[in-house]
Ligand binder design. Structure first.
Ligand code: XMP
Length: 310
């Protein structure tokens, strides 16, 4: 793929399709939505409105950092606080597909749908990539960002048309386009983070307390493994308790799994052989998080496992 040609074609295509209308997009700070944001701004300028929806399930400091990074690129991003809506939609849900559905529905219908209607935008730009489409069509998982492929007509159901300029690319292609667009390395090289965010890393119910635990563990893992060059690394909170000892007393503590994988495009993955000392450092920090007394390292490749747990 020639990145320059790709960028030029997509910019022209967006201009042609959107015409004199306005478009809107939600930026998560991941490389996919970041590339879409820049392509959209190149094509449409201020006829593209970009929002960052704080859904309560992002990593530590994510919303503010993303807004700042794009301000530096000259792209204004509105921060929308929708934490309450997402948390109440997720309340009581434990089934992985129900959780994903609740997030999709809250995102497209409740929060974003309202924003789009108010904004009058006729088009929604979305960072769907080829792998998302393939895995959704194959029935492996309901991806957060697939509508038409699931037989949902967004115009009828949500009142807007979805444009997916990255749908022919895989992650490695998106990163090349990101670099060609001049996105900083911190974004172009940013590890993938799923649409359902930390909810994909909490087995069982997503509650504010459980989010705090997985968020703290995620910060440790990202800090410790940032220099490994691995494709993706993160923490998962299991829905179980294990016996442990703290301050000479028996306690039932929570269990965190650390996952670190090598992959080219997330379709298959192998487990990264981390140095033992590194794993021990991570384990020590994770078991210092209040209420957590076990830390496990996941040795499962994809397949048979998927990357995420939910
Ligand atoms: P799985 O868990 O399906 O993940 O093996 C493959 C890659 O996709 C990411 N992922 C998602 N990305 N929306 C996204 O934008 C989603 O719903 C979603 N689910 C998984 C995952 O982090 C991995 O990189």
């Amino acid at each position: 793929m020639n990145c320059r040609t790709f960028i030029e074609q997509q910019v022209q295509e967006l201009r042609r399709t959107v015409g004199q209308h306005t478009a809107i997009n939600a930026l998560s700070g991941g490389v996919d939505s970041s590339v879409v944001t820049l392509l959209g701004h190149r094509a449409l300028g201020d006829r593209l409105r970009t929002v960052f929806i704080d859904n309560a399930i992002m990593r530590e400091g994510d919303p503010q950092q993303v807004v700042k990074a794009f301000a530096r690129l000259g792209v204004p991003v509105e921060l929308v606080d929708a934490r309450r809506e997402f948390l109440s939609a997720l309340k009581g849900l434990t089934d992985p597909e129900e959780k994903r559905h609740a997030i999709t529905h809250t995102f497209y219908s409740t929060v974003f749908g309202k924003l789009v209607k108010k904004s009058g935008a006729k088009f929604l730009l979305h960072g769907t990539i080829l792998t998302d489409i393939e895995e959704t069509v194959a029935g492996i998982k309901r991806q957060h960002n697939i509508l038409a492929q699931l037989g949902i007509n967004p115009v009828k159901e949500y009142g807007y048309q979805v444009l997916e300029p990255l749908k022919t690319l895989r992650k490695d292609g998106v990163r090349k386009v990101a670099a060609a667009l001049g996105l900083p390395q911190t974004i172009a090289r940013r590890i993938p983070f799923p649409g359902p965010a930390l909810a994909a890393r909490i087995v069982g119910e997503v509650t504010p307390k459980r989010l705090d635990v997985v968020r703290a563990a995620t910060t440790v893992v990202e800090k410790e493994l940032g220099s490994t060059g691995a494709f993706q690394y993160f923490a998962v909170l299991l829905n179980d308790y294990a016996t442990g000892i703290r301050n000479n007393r028996r306690e039932f503590g929570q269990i965190i799994v650390v996952r670190c994988i090598n992959s080219k495009d997330a379709r298959t993955a192998t487990v990264t052989r981390l140095p033992w000392a590194k794993l021990e450092r991570i384990s020590r920090q994770i078991t210092s998080i209040p209420g957590v007394n076990r830390c496990l390292y996941d040795l499962t490749p994809k397949p048979p496992a998927t990357v995420e747990y939910v």
